[in-house]
Structure formats: C-alpha cells, structure tokens
Design a protein around this ligand. Structure first.
Ligand SMILES: *Cc1c(COP(=O)(O)O)cnc(C)c1O
Length: 390
C-alpha cells in the first residue's frame, strides 16, 4: 500500500483582512459601553484618520460610495453638469455622479498606472465639465498634484476617490493631503477595514460642517450633541440629507486598524517586491509598479498580460483556480457593464486593454513565501502550457 496522499494545501485567497483579538476587544468595548450608533468613537476615528492623511477634517460615513455621493452633493452638482471619471474603476465611482443627476463622462487612463492624467481629462473636457473624479486605482496613486494644478487652471473641482489608497503617497505626502475632497473606503477588500465604512476628508470647514449634516438627515444638531447637552436641543432639518452614518462599533475597529496601517503597508510593499522578483521568471507578465511621482500601498497587485501571452486572461484565472489559487479579473470598466449600456463615450482603448488583459494576484498581510511561490509556480505552469510555448 502506498502512503496516504498528502492533504491538498489550502486554497490561497486573494485577500484576507488583517483583524485580530484587539479589534474584537475594541468592538466588544463599544457594545458594552451602550453607545453603539455614531458617537464618541466615530469622532475619535475621524480625528485620527484626518491626522493620518494630513487633512483638517474627517467625516465618517457608511461607505466610500456614500462618501463619493456626499462629496458631489457638497459641490452642488446636478443635472446639466458633467463630471469626468475613469471608466476603469469600481462601478461606484461612475454611479456617484448619477446619484446627483449629473452626467459621467468617461476618460481613458494611463497604461502604467490605470489612472486619469491631465491629458486624458483634457481630451474629454467640455464647457459643461464641473468636476473631475480621479481614482487612485488599486492603491496606485494618480498624479494628484499635477491634476489639482490643471483643474485649478480650468476652474473645475477635483474630487479624489481614494477608496483603495490609504497609505499611498504622492511627492512624499499622503494621498488626500491637500485634496479639496477625498473619499475613502473601509470595505474588507481595502487595506484598513471596519466591515463596511467610509470617510470624506477635506481642509474646508464649511464643507465639513455641511457634510456632517448631510450624513445625518440634514440635521443641524447631531444625536451625539443632543445627548451631551443638559438642555433640550430642538433640532432643525436644513436640507434633504441621508442616513449615511458609521456606527461606534465600526469606528472602534477602525481605530485599531489605523494603528496597524504603517505595518500593513510595509508588509504589502515587501510582498509586492518579492512578487516582482519571482515574476521575472515568467515572461509576458507586466506587474504594476510605483509611478515616478509616488508610492502605492499595493492594495491590489495586478499584472498585465503582454499581447503575445500564450493564454487569455480568463484561461489564466481558470488555471490558477485549478491550482488552488484565487485570483481576480483586473479592474472593471464601467462602460462595458449593462448599467451603462447606451451611455455615450469616446474611444477608451487603454481602459479596455487593461480591463481585458489584467488580473489581480493574492496579496494579504499573513501571506507566506511558500504561498507566493505557489502562485508564481501556477502562473509559470499556465504560461508554459499555452500553445505558443514548448
Ligand atoms: C471599493 C471602491 C469603492 C466603493 O467603496 P465602498 O466602501 O464599498 O462603497 C469606490 N471606488 C473605488 C475605486 C473602490 O475601489
């Protein structure tokens, strides 16, 4: 009899949030405090987050999608206004423009970063363009300093979708520092997580006050303020707002996560560097890199298949899956989804190429060298099995 077969190694996930006992204790403490909705922990998380990115104000909300929506409400955008967005993004970016009744205009992206540039924005700008919603895609920073300057010249607002980019830098400064309005996500697929959650950061006190109102039904006094007051506070509803609040349970988890941010980014960058070295052995794969003007957090480690790669992207995904590796298609393109069928747009060749030919490899804080070797081994085997190779 042969020896029993070894158990197959566990499947490698594409992402696991790095959560531990400390987050569990913090959430439990919020529950035990009796204050579970938006309260003191949300205020503390907002202050800590704003300080971390170098912004004056942080306004916590229920998701980055909500943050994007409120940022566009704060700019008073509506029907007849155009907002330039990348199609190459999670669909929430374009949808936020639709929520305020404005018209998303898809601009193409730069091949190396997957991000908008001043040139790609300029190509689709019209006299109705009121704002640009630029994404720091997958944590790769967009050249926001250059974009801010050009948008100022054009007299249009730049909103930054920094959903994936906490810990990424431009010119040595945190993404979001100096932004008019930046929107952040704490979904578990991003680097810092609160389960669900989002944040808006800004240096503008008037916008900050309005955003706080907008997330809480347009009320002029928050529930926490009313609770803290010794006299009855009769609130007024100054405009039509939303319920986009974060809970104190989420903020408690976020505070712990924020304290681990530097370690998480350092770990992701070191795993990315190791992938870069290993992937030199697999011809035809072009890994995402830091641009000249900044550094990414490698929220997503994506690779582009060269035109002559022996397999199509979906075949590579299938081969990886077969080998016990969960990878993902690269960044989606909103204009190719049914939700945007018939939506007019110009040519988007780089967007379509990246969306068709890229994939996201597993990368998570506790990933081991052995797991990384397995991912690269599976890729090399897939590349070698294609019809174009021996
Ligand atoms: C994840 C993501 C969002 C949406 O974030 P949620 O917090 O899930 O609403 C928006 N934009 C980009 C670029 C994202 O990656």
């Amino acid at each position: 009899m042969s020896a029993p077969a070894e158990a197959a190694p566990a499947r490698i996930p594409v992402m696991i949030p790095w959560l531990g006992e400390e987050e569990a204790q913090a959430a439990a403490a919020a529950v035990r405090s009796g204050w579970v909705a938006q309260g003191p922990r949300v205020a503390e998380f907002e202050a800590a987050f704003a300080e971390k990115v170098g912004a004056e104000h942080g306004i916590a909300v229920s998701s980055c999608t909500a943050a994007l929506h409120l940022a566009l409400v704060a700019l008073d955008l509506g029907p007849g206004d155009e907002v330039v967005v990348p199609s190459l993004s999670f669909i929430a970016t374009a949808n936020a423009v639709r929520y305020v009744g404005a018209h998303p205009v898809f601009a193409d992206v730069e091949p190396a970063t997957g991000n908008l540039t001043a040139a790609t924005v300029d190509a689709v700008r019209t006299e109705r363009t009121r704002a640009v919603l630029a994404v720091h895609q997958g944590g790769v920073p967009a050249d926001s300093h250059a974009l801010r300057e050009r948008c100022a010249d054009w007299d249009i607002a730049l909103v930054e979708d920094a959903a994936c980019a906490i810990g990424s830098t431009v010119g040595g400064k945190s993404v979001g520092q100096g932004a008019l309005l930046a929107a952040w996500s704490f979904h578990p697929r991003k680097v810092v997580t609160t389960g669900e959650g989002g944040m808006i950061t800004t240096d503008d006190a008037v916008w900050a006050a309005r955003l706080r109102r907008l997330r809480e039904h347009g009320m002029n006094a928050s529930a926490a303020e009313r609770h803290a007051s010794s006299k009855p506070v009769l609130e007024r509803y100054l405009e039509v707002g939303f319920n986009y609040r974060m809970t104190d349970i989420q903020a408690a988890v976020g505070l712990v996560q924020l304290g681990k941010l530097d370690e998480m980014v350092a770990r992701r960058r070191s795993l990315a560097a190791r992938y870069d070295t290993l992937l030199r052995e697999v011809p035809g794969l072009v890994p995402v890199r830091d641009p000249a003007y900044g550094q990414g957090n490698f929220q997503s480690y994506w690779v582009l298949l060269a035109e002559d790669f022996p397999l199509g992207r979906d075949e590579v995904l299938a081969a990886l899956s077969e080998a016990g590796v969960s990878a993902r298609r690269g960044i989606m393109a909103a204009h190719l989804e049914p939700a945007y069928q018939g939506h007019p747009h110009g040519p988007l060749p780089v967007t379509e190429r990246i969306s068709r030919d890229s994939l996201i490899l597993p990368l998570f804080h506790t990933m081991t060298g052995e797991q990384q070797d397995r991912v690269v081994g599976a890729l090399a085997a897939a590349a070698g099995s294609g019809p174009g190779r021996g």
